[in-house]
Write a protein that binds this ligand. Structure first.
Ligand code: 8YV
Length: 314
């Protein structure tokens, strides 16, 4: 019997491609020199899409796949997948929750510490011989014990909160609804949360409901000297307002893993010495990426074997 054909939207590690290729015919869109011609040739036979958080799948693409049965996302955020189109057409969408939660929370703290304790500067200070020439580097900013606010207390937000407790930080959060199972103070909006904290970490999910969630009012409400971290989606922020707030010095330090225009981000971000940047890499450890790949493949296998999906997005 012919192997089902999968359209692979973005680069995946060999440890995922190889086992997939044993059971499926893989059509690697990202390798096609002419994607139009590639789709014209293969679209009629594609039965599954394998995509990534930051790439997704548009209605325009899926409209071209008459035999499409499943969209499997290698990532937890499915904001770039047209879920409405999938629902209308009865196409299940799967993602990879839980397996990446702790790494993303680690990255939030890595960015927080990296920015406030100025780790990139410290590294350069040693590497470039400034230490030996000029002595100690200037003092940095304390992190532990400061008030930490979380925008979006979902799985990742809660993992950030657990770490914050270990750092002796009073935690509060904003979200659409108050969570009954936590005692942290709740604020209905980021603008209400902003003036109450020293550190603001964005962990909200992406998509139309959170676009521009941390708006100009929220950035303007931050206390001067706030540290800002984003490990969710660039779209959750009013990015011009974020840039303005950094420029004005109200945000003293920022650690950013996500941006509006990835990977061609606004070049102004790279001009700030008080901002630590990462290339949407919060889930990017070998261990977690292997677990994400396994879960993505298990979902695809379950679908084609007629078994229940493991992590379907409802
Ligand atoms: C990416 C992510 O999917 O899980 C998400 O929502 O954004 C990331 O984990 C990852 O970069 C894989 O491409």
């Amino acid at each position: 019997m012919d192997k089902p054909e999968l359209l692979v939207m973005g680069v995946l590690p060999d440890w995922d491609l190889e086992p997939l290729a044993e059971r499926y015919t893989l059509r690697l869109l990202y390798e096609a020199p002419d994607q139009e011609a590639f789709l014209a040739q293969h679209a009629p036979d594609i039965r599954g899409i394998v995509t990534k958080g930051e790439i997704g799948a548009s209605a325009a693409l899926m409209e071209r796949l008459p035999r499409l049965e499943i969209v499997a996302c290698y990532g937890v955020g499915i904001d770039a997948i047209d879920k409405g189109w999938c629902a209308t057409h009865g196409i299940p969408v799967t993602n990879t929750p839980d397996v990446l939660t702790e790494d993303v929370a680690d990255m939030a703290f890595a960015l927080l510490l990296g920015a406030a304790r100025e780790i990139p500067r410290a590294d350069a200070w040693v590497r470039e011989g400034t230490w030996a020439r000029e002595g100690s580097m200037p003092l940095t900013t304390r992190v532990w014990g400061k008030r930490l606010g979380i925008v979006g207390l979902g799985r990742i937000g809660r993992a950030v909160a657990r770490r914050a407790e270990g750092f002796g930080m009073p935690v509060s959060y904003s979200g659409r609804t108050r969570k009954e199972d936590v005692a942290y103070p709740w604020y209905p909006t980021p603008a209400a949360l902003a003036p109450e904290v020293d550190i603001l970490v964005c962990c909200a999910m992406g998509g139309p409901t959170t676009q521009g969630l941390i708006d100009r009012a929220a950035f303007e409400a931050l206390r001067p000297g706030t540290i800002f971290v984003n490990v969710s989606r660039g779209s959750c922020c009013d990015e011009p307002a974020l840039l303005e707030t950094i420029r004005a010095g109200r945000i003293a330090f920022a650690g950013l893993d996500v941006f509006w225009n990835e990977p061609a981000i606004d070049p102004e971000f790279a001009t700030f010495p008080n901002v630590v940047l990462a290339p949407h890499a919060a889930s990017g450890t070998v261990e977690t990426r292997k677990a994400m790949g396994q879960l993505m493949r298990d979902n695809v296998d379950a679908h084609f074997a007629g078994r229940p999906l493991l992590t379907e997005v409802r």
